[in-house]
Design a protein around this ligand. Sequence first.
Ligand code: NAD
Ligand code: ZN
Ligand code: ZN
Length: 343
Amino acid sequence: MRALAKLSSEPGLTLVERPVPEPGPGEILVRVEAVSICGTDLHIWNWDTWAQGRVRPPIVTGHEFSGVVEAVGPGVKRPQVGDHVSLESHIVCHTCPACRTGNYHVCLNTQILGVDRDGGFAEYVVVPAENAWVNPRELPFEVAAILEPFGNAVHTVYAGSGVSGKSVLITGAGPIGLMAAMVARASGAGPILISDPNPYRLAFAKPYADRLINPREEDVLAVVREVTGSGVEVLLEFSGNEAAIHQGLQALIPGGEARILGIPSDPIRFDLAGELVMRGVTAYGIAGRRLWQTWMQGTALVYSGRVDLRPLITHRFPMSRYQEAFALLASGQGVKVILDPRA
Ligand code: NAD
Ligand code: ZN
Ligand code: ZN
């Protein structure tokens, strides 16, 4: 089979031939139908400091994918051969203190598909059966492939006191920020303000936002005050950008909630007393997806049509043209880019 792998400690990925893997006890073999490229895959491609510290080549990359169960290993009752599945990318240990208190999403021993073990940029992949989420057969595979990052958005929007009836600032209109805007809109938030310096991406937010803000052209705080009077009740942070994080915290009304999913590339400094403590702000760090509450909440939105993820799928490529696909995503002129592993 064909697979896209990181073969050695240097930038880039390589298309390789590998034997089709066999599922062991508790595992399934998935025939991959669609896989999308994530920002994390770009980090692995670029071989940045994070990737060098985490990824051990050789490894097949890719963690946002969907497909059909081709075979099941000994002891597997669910899913069954022929089921259409999306994959939770975090493999958890079930024994650490986080797992034992139901906080699987922050398992101390998390292994990530395509980061710590072979992932979905391949025609076939073996995964633990418990990581499969079975979808209705009519759900398009490319939509099923992006339920994983969608879960990041759902987890952020529904953390804390949610967003229903609340004013919201979303910083970062990348794929996950845009998905969060869709969820916030579908969940009765308002007004919804969204900031991003990239006009291409900001334009995708238009149907879900009451006000778009380009921080290169406008003062984010001034716009927030103009629209809301005194500030937003909820900050949803998806940029990982230091300036955006400061703007977001300062845009909150006293007593507001910050939910932060974005990951800065370096540690950042902020005014703990002025931006958080003395303003009574509650901050939530958001990691991954809650297992399996987030998948239940997210698929309820998608299956019912209350959230339509299809407009975010901007490009499709055969996996053989992966270099073009990665370059396009890196240019910021795409949102979700899908690869077909068999083409
Ligand atoms: P992305 O990099 O595609 O999107 C980030 C967006 O932020 C871009 O569109 C960029 O133009 C925008 N941005 C940059 N500077 C900004 C500023 N000053 N103000 C507003 N927007 C600004 O990323 P993504 O795939 O959508 O992921 C969002 C973030 O979440 C990333 O930081 C990613 O690393 C992180 N992430 C975290 C988890 C987790 O479990 N916590 C999981 C997945 C991704
Ligand atoms: Zn991802
Ligand atoms: Zn654990």
